[in-house]
Design a protein around this ligand. Structure first.
Ligand code: MN
Length: 733
């Protein structure tokens, strides 16, 4: 067991001004408090806090942390009290020990709900003072080192918890060495056979390769020295757990693992890092795709280094990490290293708060305040410990954490479902950006909204968060259903009026059994979707009613039928909307309105056109200009024809699709002239198809979007006036 003077010496090695009396006092206090308590190993319990303190002196932590480590089990396991510790060691150490006591019994292998709550407590204690985490990790490390003394069932539990919670936390805090050891120790208890096999194989490989590590170390050091780079080169075997994880991830056998040797090259300056890299790459062939520069782009936990893999002597793949001494310190000690650069005492926290690892911690803790359910939070956080996330901010500074690859749409839904549903655009860091951009860490995202929007169904497959996906599905589903029900109601109201019968929700309700539907909305949506005919609904309410819907009849209510001459002398009929603004016709306002509307796929329709609607089951209404030859196809289905009219207000800024066909002279600049006319008239070109008929003439088919018929005609007249244009016609399908 470590003696009193040994503890003091360990601290004084890196902190010569350490308060010796304070350390002595802690040693004696804890020794007395624990008295004759024993550990599972049979050792005196007091040896445990001393070992924990020793681990932390390796991380060169300040004396308050060391003292807290010595005292960390006293409040929970002995008669010691917070008050007593406060008065003997001061409130700073008292608070640290108190924090450690609060998280001592937290169990992360319990029921989900409990786990989440426990994790929340753990993070809150850590956030109060990150040194609590450092002591906790050292405590866990020593317990893992001595785990073989503990009962087998308990071992598994502790090892699982270590692998799931503490090892990733150590990694996230950048304390790589500790993470590696925690992982290897957990692995050893969770998969004893795999651990055994891999360890044995590693031994064999080491023997077979004999002095390989030493050879490379010497060779590389010499080559670097030739170029005037002083470097410390050290080789090591990979850790059993990291090898096993790689075998699992790539499902390969041990024999197929190529790079089980790793070398670290520690140099003086960043410049030397890149020069050393040059030496390595000119000495041995590099393995493509393995070069990574974490110096120019550090990892989230502040890790910086250059990684590369080369084919070394004996055709062994060798992985190299090149870094400066300072980078190495951070790579090994992570957040603890930041304390190191600060003058001991309590000052460490100022610098820690600047480290990225600490920022991560603060932000994670901020998430707690958002008040998600604990299970969800744990899911979220566990995931986040393994896979990096992006952290973005609202303009008001609220933090929104999202998985990598998230878009402003995910962001919008993460802030609030209503914001997601009404999102139409985004500004990232003040600049307009597509809603599908990938968000980066630290982005400030502002969502541009428009009320009355429905999110496009296509978003569902483009977002990465489950929350956004579910919300989009809900919103589009209910919007589509609402549209169909609205259309169904309009169709029914007109059908009843035409039949001269009264219509009300109550009457419809009474007829539900006959229609075999659950609710009024079901009937309305079915009619709107074209799955149920309006005549059947009238009959369900008025069984004596016989539909008499013959062409050219029914002049009484002004919705007579017209004979229209189609393109190839086809005669077919459409219900007339002969009066502008007829109240009998279903009003059409455009896309994204309250009806499931689309426009004739081959040529469109614009306000000012006389139009009819064709109901297509599952698709809603398609609007055709009455001169469209495509209407011939629906002549035999009178139930699908709908009386429709434009209901577009003056000053409407919505565009409608139309198609024009041009015959132009084939000379340079023709297309530009045409495009310019359309642009000058504020038309929007959606598509152009060019086809050369003869050497002299080219046919252009252009889809444009315009405000209305007047707008379209203005464009057509202007085009006709151009010398290069010989003919312009409108195409209506
Ligand atoms: Mn302990």
């Amino acid at each position: 067991m470590m003696r009193q003077y040994e503890l003091v010496e360990r601290v004084k090695r890196y902190h010569p001004d350490a308060d010796e009396a304070l350390l002595d006092r802690a040693y004696v206090y804890a020794m007395r408090a624990h008295g004759q308590q024993k550990r599972a190993s049979g050792d005196l319990f007091f040896s445990h806090p001393l070992e924990v303190a020793a681990i932390l002196t390796d991380l060169k932590l300040d004396e308050s942390t060391i003292v807290a480590a010595v005292l960390h089990d006293t409040i929970e396991d002995t008669d010691a009290t917070r008050e007593e510790i406060d008065s003997m060691f001061g409130p700073e150490i008292g608070a640290l020990v108190d924090g450690l006591t609060k998280i001592k019994k937290l169990d992360f292998v319990s029921k989900k709900a409990k786990q989440g709550e426990n994790f929340r407590k753990l993070l809150l204690a850590i956030a109060a003072d990150v040194r609590v985490l450092l002591v906790k990790l050292a405590d866990r490390l020593h317990n893992m080192r001595t785990l073989h003394y503990v009962a087998p069932e308990k071992r598994i539990r502790v090892a699982e918890e270590t692998l799931e919670i503490y090892a990733p936390l150590a990694g996230r805090m950048g304390i790589q060495e500790m993470r590696d050891e925690l992982e290897d120790l957990s692995f050893r208890y969770l998969k004893p056979e795999a651990y055994e096999t891999i360890t044995r194989r590693l031994e064999e490989v080491a023997q077979r390769n004999g002095p390989l590590i030493e050879t490379i170390e010497k060779d590389l050091t010499a080559r670097l020295a030739e170029r005037g780079i002083s470097a410390k080169v050290s080789g090591r075997r990979k850790r059993p757990y990291s090898i096993w994880r790689k075998m699992e991830r790539k499902s390969i056998a041990f024999e197929q693992l190529s790079d089980i040797f790793g070398f670290r090259v520690i140099v003086d300056t960043i410049d030397d890092c890149y020069r050393a890299l040059g030496v390595v790459h000119t000495t041995w062939p590099m393995v493509p795709g393995r070069y990574k520069d974490y110096i120019s782009t550090p990892k989230q936990n502040d890790y910086r280094s250059i990684h590369t893999t080369v084919i070394g002597p004996g055709h062994q793949r060798v992985e190299l990490q090149i870094r400066t001494a300072e980078m190495h310190e951070i790579a090994e000690y992570g957040i603890a290293a930041h304390a190191l650069y600060k003058d001991g005492r309590t000052g460490g926290r100022t610098l820690m708060s600047e480290s990225r690892a600490y920022q991560w911690l603060r932000r994670t803790v901020d998430l707690l305040a958002e008040g998600d359910s604990p299970e969800e939070f744990l899911e979220h956080t566990k995931l986040e410990l393994f896979h990096d996330q992006v952290f973005c901010f609202t303009p008001k500074g609220r933090l929104i954490a999202l998985p990598r690859g998230a878009t402003p749409i995910d962001f919008a839904y993460a802030v609030h479902t209503d914001i997601g549903n009404t999102a139409v655009g985004a500004k990232i860091n003040g600049r307009i950006a597509p809603l599908l951009s990938e968000l980066q860490n630290g982005d400030e995202v502002e969502i541009v909204r428009a009320e009355g929007q429905v999110p496009p169904a296509a978003w569902e497959s483009l977002v990465v968060t489950g929350k956004a996906r579910a919300a989009i599905r809900r919103a589009t589903r209910s919007a589509v259903r609402r549209q169909y029900a609205g259309l169904g109601r309009q169709i029914l109201e007109r059908a009843f009026e035409r039949a001269g019968k009264a219509f009300s929700d109550d009457k419809l309700k009474a007829a539900l059994p006959r229609l075999a539907r659950q609710s009024i909305d079901d009937v309305l949506a079915a009619v709107g979707r074209g799955e149920m005919f309006s005549g059947d609904v009238v009959q369900a309410i008025y069984p004596e009613y016989r539909e008499d819907r013959k062409p050219s009849s029914d002049g009484a209510n002004g919705t007579g039928w017209f004979d229209i001459k189609g393109g190839d002398n086809l005669r077919f009929k459409v219900p007339g909307n002969n009066e502008e603004g007829s109240s009998k016709a279903i009003p059409i306002r455009g896309l994204n309105g309250d009806l499931p509307v689309r426009f004739a796929p081959e040529g469109g329709a614009v306000p000012g056109d006389r139009i009819v609607g064709i109901l297509t089951p599952g698709e809603g209404i398609t609007i055709y200009p009455i001169q469209s030859s495509a209407l011939a196809a629906f002549e035999d289905s009178p139930d699908r024809w709908l009386d429709v009219r434009w209901a577009v207000e003056e000053g409407n800024r919505q565009r409608f699709p139309a198609r024009i066909a041009l015959n132009t002279i084939n000379e340079p600049g023709t297309l530009a002239t045409v495009a310019q006319v359309i642009a000058e008239h504020d038309g929007n070109i959606d598509n152009i198809i060019m086809r050369r008929r003869t050497p002299d003439f080219t046919d252009l088919t252009i889809d444009v979007s315009v405000w209305d018929l007047k707008h379209l005609n203005a464009i057509i007249s202007e085009l006709r006036a151009k010398r290069v244009v010989s003919k312009v016609t409108r195409v209506t399908g």
